[in-house]
Design a protein around this ligand. Structure first.
Ligand code: ADP
Length: 167
């Protein structure tokens, strides 16, 4: 058993937004290691493949100033979240909370995970005020209609979105 404090931050990351990157940086600062778990198929019909989503997260993390933080790993997963947590020896599940609308779902998920795995704690970080309104789904909608998403995602992601969705 490792003495390191390991957390997982699971999500679809289709694609990773500035809001996700902010949570990754903040979570990594309070953990020895953060595993970003990219969910393969949560039934959300992602526009980027699992390999692309992992690669995009990797590119974003490379530009993150994490000099005071723990290490960050990116791993795709398909299993039950608590099984994946055990696989990577994580004792913390990190989630980002944007608004009241996120709360119901996150509360229910945290409660069910706590019933199944009482040794794993869910840690919700409040979205930063700069990013609290950003959602991957809306970013995709805007990009599809050739809107400007430069305030919500990095220039790299913006480019990938217009390649994939732009007219
Ligand atoms: P999921 O399919 O698990 O909801 P997402 O990729 O949409 O995956 O989100 C992963 C996590 O990041 C969730 O906890 C979500 O609430 C959080 N999140 C999404 N966007 C933001 C944001 N702008 N600020 C903070 N947290 C966010």
């Amino acid at each position: 058993m490792t003495s390191q404090k390991i957390g997982i931050y699971p999500g679809t990351f289709d694609p990773i937004t500035n809001g996700h990157t902010d949570i990754i940086g903040r979570a990594a600062r309070v953990l020895d290691k953060l595993v970003v778990g990219v969910a393969i198929n949560p039934g959300k019909g992602p526009i980027f493949t699992i390999d692309e989503r992992v690669e995009l997260v990797r590119e974003e993390i490379a530009h993150l100033d994490n000099s005071n933080g723990g290490t960050i790993e990116i791993i795709p997963f398909q299993s039950l979240l608590i099984h994946f947590a055990r696989e990577v020896e994580a004792t913390v599940i990190v989630r980002g909370l944007r608004a009241v609308s996120d709360f119901d779902y996150e509360f229910q998920m945290a409660s069910m995970n706590a019933k199944m795995a009482p040794d794993i704690e869910t840690l919700c970080l409040m979205a930063s005020d700069k990013y609290h309104f950003i959602a991957s789904s809306l970013v995709k909608e805007i990009a599809k209609l050739n809107g400007d998403v430069s305030q919500f995602v990095s220039p790299r992601i913006q480019e990938r979105l217009s390649e994939r969705l732009g007219g």
